[in-house]
Design a protein around this ligand. Structure first.
Ligand SMILES: [Fe+2]
Length: 130
């Protein structure tokens, strides 16, 4: 099931919130493709988008946490690295097995489950600290 953006995900930092919305939009695009049995066609682009977008987004978050002296920075960095590891796994599966509707499902799960938990818990934590 698609998890859609709602104000509950707002952490109150406009730039970061806008970027978080971008992830939800990417997940929604992939979800539509899966529903239309076009996951195989869309998954490669979706994974590339997630990587590119996460690089910029995490950089912005990390810069923000540094600037405000957030004490949980090191732990938060570790979580960002873990997300890239999930993406590495997806990229590997893509290279070895090729694109598929199944891989699109897995990519959607990574994008949604990881991201939403992360926003709700970890990103809210640094926003609350600041
Ligand atoms: Fe984060």
């Amino acid at each position: 099931m698609l998890k859609e953006w709602s104000d509950a995900y707002c952490i109150g930092i406009p730039e970061i919130d806008r970027q978080h919305r971008g992830f939800f939009e990417a997940a929604s695009r992939l979800y539509e493709q899966i529903l239309n049995c076009q996951g195989e066609r869309g998954v490669e682009e979706a994974i590339a988008f997630l990587r590119h977008y996460a690089e910029r987004h995490f950089e912005a978050e990390e810069e923000y946490m540094r600037r405000h002296g957030f004490p949980g920075l090191a732990e938060h960095l570790r979580l960002h690295v873990a997300f890239f590891e999930s993406l590495d796994q997806l990229t590997y599966d893509l290279e070895v097995c090729g694109p598929s509707q199944h891989l699109a499902d897995v990519a959607l799960e990574v994008a949604q489950d990881w991201l939403i938990d992360h926003i709700l818990e970890e990103d809210q934590a640094y926003a609350a600290y600041v």
